[in-house]
Write a protein that binds this ligand. Structure first.
Ligand code: CMC
Length: 460
């Protein structure tokens, strides 16, 4: 089934809205997808009624139809192309999941082998691109380097930027998926001043990522299979999550016909924020700051205080009002990795589990249905593997790249593609007359905090 076949159809159901000002009724088609809530088709609503719909943060808006990923937030269900995330995390591997997300079906053994080989053909970076790393200071955040270097890819590869050509789209997609681990690993090596290590194509995707990150050219590198499996699983769990902020950013950027590599750079920028992919880094910082179980109540109290901007990082989700299924898998993987590494007691894991236990018994978190999300446990695993905290979101970005690409591919292939262009409810000044500088008076002293917007937990 292609991306938009079913959901743009109306099965004969309608939703009627009444304008209470004049009693005018609007009969709007109700669109139903395969699973989940139906959607009111408001595409012609403004033209017929002169009224806009208002939904900042898109809490009730389906910005597109998609056949890639389904989330049931109340039940804690996550499906990639119909397959439960638990089955994929246990039985599949990242390359297979990439194929599934891009093409809609699990590959045959031959298709999988061809796909893996085709991706591996693109793992190296152009020599000129390597120079971009050197433009950054050694202490630059790896995500800052990633945004820059991935954006710079748009200046290379002119043979894969005609987005109207499906073959060029495929080439761009394979290139970006293949190069992300290389770029991610190099951001780390650059920060340490270590020489860049070329990818080795007899390694798997996850093996290569570990190899390019941690090996030294003078020593043989033998990847630890338990860590490889755990990293592969992290990549699978992060591979897609329907219309999250970064994926929506990629779609919006791509809707104008922009260069595909630039669109992915935009997605990386959006992912970096602590409310999104940056949360894994923020969780580790928070746990380190709490430091001891005895201080948990103090932080829970702060998380509940409306006048304190502090939030419990790794908790809550826009869609999940139930335990995030990815967090459950990460929690189990965490124990496996620590056992493999011989870490019997990890104080941060103990602290995280106690924090989770206390928060899940607290009325504030119960009433708001705030559960641990995927980021709550991933940082502990990544840290145990040897990744520094500032690399956590880079790993998220590497895993999520295929999701961004799959959504971009789905959108571009849709013949009905329209540039994304939201409207607004204007609340500024009505038209007014320009006053020359010499005639203007200082009306009040305004502090920087008021001018730039102070902020409590909800940004108010
Ligand atoms: N700690 C304390 N209070 C919270 C938290 C939290 N982590 N999350 C939500 N709330 C409260 C919030 O203050 C609000 O309370 P009230 O109804 O009294 O005003 C209520 O719960 C609803 O929150 P919201 O901000 O309206 O919910 P949202 O859907 O806009 O935000 C979220 C979702 C993930 C941004 C938010 O839960 C959050 O900031 N969590 C911490 C950051 C985090 O872990 N992000 C990773 C998300 S999962 C991975 C990913 O998508 O990248």
């Amino acid at each position: 089934m292609s991306g938009t076949d079913k959901s743009t159809q109306n099965d004969g159901a309608f939703f009627t809205l009444t304008d209470e000002r004049d009693g005018q009724q609007y009969r709007l088609p109700l669109l139903s997808g395969t699973l989940g809530a139906p959607a009111i088709d408001i595409r012609n609503f403004y033209n017929t009624s002169g009224v806009l719909t208002y939904d900042p943060g898109f809490t009730s808006t389906a910005a597109c139809s998609s056949a890639i990923t389904y989330i049931d937030g109340d039940q804690g269900i996550l499906l990639y192309r119909g397959y439960p995330i638990q089955d994929l995390a246990i039985h599949s591997d990242y390359m297979e999941v990439c194929y599934l997300l891009l093409y809609g079906e699990l590959p045959s053994p031959e298709e999988k082998a061809t796909f893996e080989r085709d991706i591996k053909l693109h793992t190296m970076l152009h020599d000129q691109l390597m120079l971009f790393f050197r433009g950054f200071t050694r202490n630059a955040h790896p995500m800052a380097i990633m945004v820059g270097v991935v954006g710079a890819l748009s200046a290379f590869y002119h043979d894969s930027t005609d987005i109207k050509d499906p073959e060029q789209r495929m080439l761009a997609a394979y290139r970006i998926i293949a190069k992300m681990p290389t770029i991610g690993a190099y951001t780390y090596r650059y920060s340490l001043g270590r020489p860049f290590v070329y990818p080795k194509n007899d390694f798997s995707y996850a093996e290569n990522l570990l190899y390019m990150t941690f090996s030294v050219p003078t020593e043989e590198y033998v990847p630890n299979p338990v860590l490889v499996k755990a990293l592969d699983r992290i990549l699978i769990l992060h591979a897609d999550h329907e219309q999250n902020a970064s994926t929506s950013t990629v779609r919006l950027a791509g809707s104008s016909g922009a260069n595909p590599f630039a669109c992915i750079a935009a997605g990386i920028a959006s992912l970096w924020g602590p409310a999104h992919g940056g949360a894994n880094e923020a969780v580790l910082k928070m746990l380190t700051e709490i430091g001891d179980k005895s201080r948990i109540p103090e932080y829970i109290k702060r998380a509940k205080d409306k006048n304190d901007p502090f939030r419990l990082m790794g908790f809550g989700h826009r869609v999940y009002k139930h335990y995030d299924p990815r967090a459950q898998i990460m929690r189990e993987t965490c124990h496996e990795v620590l056992a493999e590494l011989g870490i019997k007691d990890d104080p941060l894991l103990d602290l995280a589990m106690e924090l989770e236990r206390i928060a899940l018994q607290d009325d504030y978190f119960i009433e708001r249905k705030l559960y641990p999300n995927v980021d709550f446990y991933t940082g502990i695993i990544m840290r145990a593997m040897g990744f520094p905290t500032n690399m956590f979101t880079v790993l998220f970005a590497i895993g999520r790249t295929v999701g961004w690409v799959a959504h971009w591919k789905e959108m571009i292939a849709d013949p009905k593609i329209k540039i994304g262009r939201p409207r607004q409810l204007y609340v500024g000044h009505p038209q007014r007359e320009y006053i020359p500088l010499e005639k203007r008076q200082q009306t009040e002293i305004r502090g920087w905090s008021r001018l730039w917007g102070g902020g409590n937990k909800n940004g108010k």
